[in-house]
Ligand binder design. Structure first.
Ligand SMILES: C[S@@+](CC[C@H](N)C(=O)[O-])C[C@H]1O[C@@H](n2cnc3c(N)ncnc32)[C@H](O)[C@@H]1O
Length: 177
């Protein structure tokens, strides 16, 4: 889900029968399609708004996603939880990770990094700070994966919460029983 340019595919080590990358952006999907040739398992890239997607019920063994949650508001996170529960097969597992607002002393330097340093780096190397300007704001609004965890639980999924690097990223993983 929110597969972008297919950044997660090199973390797939057991050769799957089929991978489907779903992303709303035609530009990202074009890059993902050209990246998909690097892998020796079949990858289908589909242009889908994941919140209203046409993926079949109970059709996936795994749902994985990195860094695609932070722009979603509360209602959208709730809707996404429903979609995860809908498309997973019974016994299927899922895993999501997202940058997050640390509760610890790391909050100040990390938000400074996201709000100031990253846009400067984006401007220096790509002459474009626009893509990164709102990263800190999205992260502050999103906070962490705990709300998403409770929405997934509301859908009957078994969910574990994970915190990485002093809370600078959080994640959820779990199972459809
Ligand atoms: C920050 S990128 C993450 C890409 C990749 N997963 C990674 O780890 O680098 C977020 C992606 O979410 C996609 N996205 C945002 N809203 C979406 C939606 N409603 N449905 C599907 N994809 C969406 C964007 O097009 C973008 O490719």
């Amino acid at each position: 889900m929110m597969s972008g340019m297919g950044e997660l595919w090199n973390s797939i080590y057991d050769k799957p029968k089929q991978v489907v990358g779903a992303d709303i952006s035609p530009k990202m999907n074009k890059k993902a399609t050209s990246n998909s040739n690097k892998y020796d398992f079949p990858i289908e890239v589909v242009e889908q708004n994941i919140l209203e997607n046409e993926l079949d019920d109970e059709s996936f063994d795994f749902v994985i996603s990195s860094f695609g949650l932070k722009t979603f508001n509360t209602d959208q996170l709730r809707q996404l939880s429903k979609e995860v529960a809908r498309i997973l097969k019974t016994g299927g597992v899922f895993s999501f990770v997202e940058i997050s607002k640390p509760k610890s002393i790391f909050k100040i330097p990390f938000l400074f990094y996201l709000k100031i340093i990253i846009p400067i780096i984006g401007w220096m190397f790509m002459r474009n700070d626009n893509s990164y300007r709102f990263l800190g704001t999205y992260c502050s609004e999103f906070e962490n994966c705990s709300k998403f965890k409770s929405f997934l639980e509301d859908e009957g999924l078994e969910v574990d919460f994970h915190s990485f690097f002093f809370g600078c990223a959080t994640g959820v993983s779990g199972l459809k029983k």
